[in-house]
Design a protein around this ligand. Sequence first.
Ligand code: SF4
Ligand code: SF4
Length: 111
Amino acid sequence: MERHGLLINYQFCSGCHSCEVACKNVLKLPRGKWGIKLLENGPWEVTPGKFEWDYVPTPTQLCDLCADRVAAGKKPSCVHHCLSQCMEYAPLDQLANRAAELGHKTAIFIP
Ligand code: SF4
Ligand code: SF4
């Protein structure tokens, strides 16, 4: 199968933690372990009056791109449950094109 990954357009991430919870449920992870972990950058002042303050969901080594769900024709759990719809799952070449379209504050995760 063509190699896939996750795209996270984190400029629209609200920091709701739904992806973390959805992932913990699907991977059956105990307290203290994450398949995706929400990090927070900021707030800090970049230039006078302009602030950096982002939530950046970061998949970990435990992420298997929801292999079982995908094999059953479903989206990865984090993508399905993201309230801001700022996560996408697709082949890497499609994600690269999508990232170029989106441009700002977009990350691609490859497990
Ligand atoms: S793709 Fe699946 S395993 Fe990976 S971070 Fe999302 S929910 Fe967790
Ligand atoms: S579910 Fe979506 S909006 Fe919520 S923290 Fe995760 S990436 Fe951000």
